[in-house]
Design a binder for this molecule. Sequence first.
Ligand SMILES: Cc1cc2nc3c(=O)[nH]c(=O)nc-3n(C[C@H](O)[C@H](O)[C@H](O)COP(=O)(O)O)c2cc1C
Length: 184
Amino acid sequence: MIVETIFSTIDEGGKPNFAPMGVLWADDIVTVRPFRNTDTCRNLLSTGYGVANIADDVLAYARCALNGDILPNFPARKIPGIVFEGTCAWRELEVIFSEGSEARAEVKCRVVHTEERKDFPGFCRAAGAVIEAIILATRLAFYDRKIVDEKIFGFAEIVEKTGGATEKQALQVVRDYIRKAGKE
Ligand SMILES: Cc1cc2nc3c(=O)[nH]c(=O)nc-3n(C[C@H](O)[C@H](O)[C@H](O)COP(=O)(O)O)c2cc1C
């Protein structure tokens, strides 16, 4: 099963980084598949540590994926790393080994520590639509403008009908990003 997370790492100088990552979830092992050109990949491989945050805040997903925001955070308990302040739960990870292709790493990690802060209420349809919209925004190079417009129109309908303020704000972050990239 692939679980969507906000993945946090630090670089060798201690600078925090957050990015959404879908990770393969098992009891004691988490496999992360970051593209090699991401900071997440560089940090995970150079330090050997990362944190998988299970979060319900789709605005945080949008802000770290598209604006490069450093989210509020606190030190991880058992590894050199950071935890997203708004997370519901998290897993602290230590890299066991990495393989993969030239473009994308496949990094197997051991779960060193797990902790919960609050219930994860589950994603509403609007949150799911926002997650899909963010993924679309991170892959604009693969779609022409008409397809992007159509998809965003569909996501916006769902967010309008079923979303709250957080989902609406998050979709706005996505739309601003796409507009700046010249695709909406
Ligand atoms: C829900 C979701 C899942 C994602 N999963 C991955 C993934 O598994 N691997 C990856 O390289 N990028 C993934 N991305 C895209 C990255 O989050 C995006 O490229 C980000 O800008 C990388 O940031 P970084 O350079 O700070 O690591 C995902 C995005 C979203 C919204």
